[in-house]
Design a protein around this ligand. Structure first.
Ligand SMILES: Cc1ncc(COP(=O)(O)O)c(C=O)c1O
Length: 444
């Protein structure tokens, strides 16, 4: 199969001179992509074209930032209009209010909203807020969850050898980076996910010291791991019983898994919720919100949250157009992404089964991941570390590039269906997958 990427390679050689790893994040460089990343030139709907002119069906969707697909006409028009009338006025804007009102009407339990730029920033502010509001220092963070690169969250977020994890009653706390503050993780209590007994044990072990339980609604940074039936509801009951706040990180799931996110889908109401990725339709917009009495602690003199770029006018024009398009016709765009995601998931599983390759395709609606494993399901971080062959997956994803399918080469991330994908995209992808499986291109 000829898949020429000479222009990408030349650009990478040039960019490695000026940019660390030739890009702006380790997940976009050779650590993930092999010899060099593919440099993309342009995109529209579900398709993306690289600098060599190769076209791909895009299942990355900008790490989930594009629930409507690339260059959606309403988003493009909104960005153009905002860019032509001024990017920043150093004061409040109407579009900020418009987006906050839309979030309030879509997301259960959100009484007040604050805008930030990235998921990391938003989750940093949330942590300060729960500590400030409760006057307690500690929080529960689950194994394998990722909440951005802020020091206090940066523990047990990447896969590692099972023998290094410690006993599940007392997980070994592992920092994910050099350079963290020396005491940054002292108040981070790490607990296995999808296990209510583990949470209750931790709550009981730190009486009066825990401000909040912080969780992703669906685990989206170890492939895709759904909550066990009743798990999120159980977290809500436990946090109420121990008078601890519940924070839902919907950076990935917000406005994607449903317009009301995991709270609506699993009928659980968090005290605070954080959004990023899917909110700004590709522009850096994030937000957090929740109970009015907690959010009001941010008011002047209370818990400090600043940001010159908070509530970026251009970004919020994109977010307003995005939320409106996602809400049109009773949420048809979100339903369409579900249909595509489920068809793709079933098709992938069938193709792998037919080829006799041990793998589970796990997902919820538009989010899915191919996990090369002999296990019948991956239910938490420990399962993932023990049973998932991430290197085999990487070879599989890189082989798909050569056949016109662009998806994450990281087994810990996932494929993302959007409103722009079609059944033709699904068919083309499954054809590519069958070819890769037939040719054994990823056997390694
Ligand atoms: C669940 C979750 N929270 C927070 C973040 C951080 O968001 P950002 O990369 O926008 O800082 C991510 C990013 O992948 C995420 O998956």
């Amino acid at each position: 199969m000829t898949h020429l990427t000479d222009a990408s390679e030349a650009l990478f050689r040039r960019s490695a001179e000026s940019l660390v790893e030739g890009g702006s994040s380790p997940s976009r460089g050779p650590a993930t992509y092999g010899a060099h990343p593919i440099f993309m030139r342009e995109a529209s709907g579900s398709r993306v074209v690289d600098v060599d002119g190769n076209e791909y069906v895009d299942w990355m969707m900008a790490y989930g930032c594009l629930p409507l697909g690339h260059a959606h006409p309403a988003v493009t028009a909104a960005v153009r209009e905002a860019a032509g009338t001024g990017a920043h006025f150093a004061t409040a804007t109407e579009v900020e209010l418009d987006v906050a009102e839309r979030i309030r009407s879509l997301v259960p339990g959100v009484e007040k909203v604050r805008f930030a730029n990235t998921g990391t920033e938003s989750m940093m502010a949330v942590l300060r807020l729960v500590r400030g509001y409760t006057g307690r220092p500690r929080f529960i963070k689950f194994e394998g969850h990722y909440h951005g690169w802020y020091d206090d969250y940066l523990a047990n977020a990447h896969p590692r050898p099972p023998a290094s994890l410690g006993h599940r009653h007392d997980p070994v706390k592992v920092a994910e980076s050099s350079g963290l503050g020396r005491h940054a993780l002292d108040d981070t209590v790490v607990v296995p996910w999808n296990d209510l007994e583990a949470v209750e044990r931790a709550l009981a072990n730190h009486p009066g010291r825990i401000a909040a339980v912080v969780t992703e609604g669906i685990m989206a940074n170890m492939g895709v791991i759904p909550p066990e039936p009743g798990y999120l509801e159980g977290l809500r009951e436990l946090t109420r019983a121990y008078d601890v706040l519940l924070v839902l990180d919907e950076t990935v799931t917000g406005f994607r898994i449903g317009r009301g996110g995991c709270q609506a889908r699993y009928r659980v109401e968090a005290d605070l919720v954080s959004f990023g990725k899917g909110l700004g339709a590709g522009l850096p917009v994030a937000a957090f919100g929740g109970r009015g009495d907690i959010m009001e602690a941010l008011a002047w003199g209370g818990v400090l949250h600043y940001g010159t770029q908070n509530g970026s006018r251009i970004g919020l024009h994109a977010a307003r157009a995005n939320l409106d398009a996602l809400s049109a016709e009773g949420g048809a765009a979100v339903e369409h992404a579900w249909t595509i995601g489920e068809s793709l998931r079933q098709g992938l599983q069938e193709a792998l089964d037919e080829a006799g390759v041990p793998a589970r395709v796990q997902g919820v609606g538009p989010m899915l991941q191919v996990l090369f494993t002999g296990a019948d399901a991956i239910r938490d971080y420990r399962d993932y570390c023990a049973h998932v062959d991430a290197e085999r997956y990487r070879r599989f994803a890189l082989a798909l590039f050569g056949r016109g399918v662009y998806t994450t080469p990281s087994a810990a991330l996932h494929w993302m269906a959007s409103a722009a994908h079609t059944m033709e995209d699904v068919g083309r992808t499954l054809e590519a997958v069958r070819a890769v499986l037939r040719e054994g291109e990823f056997a390694g």
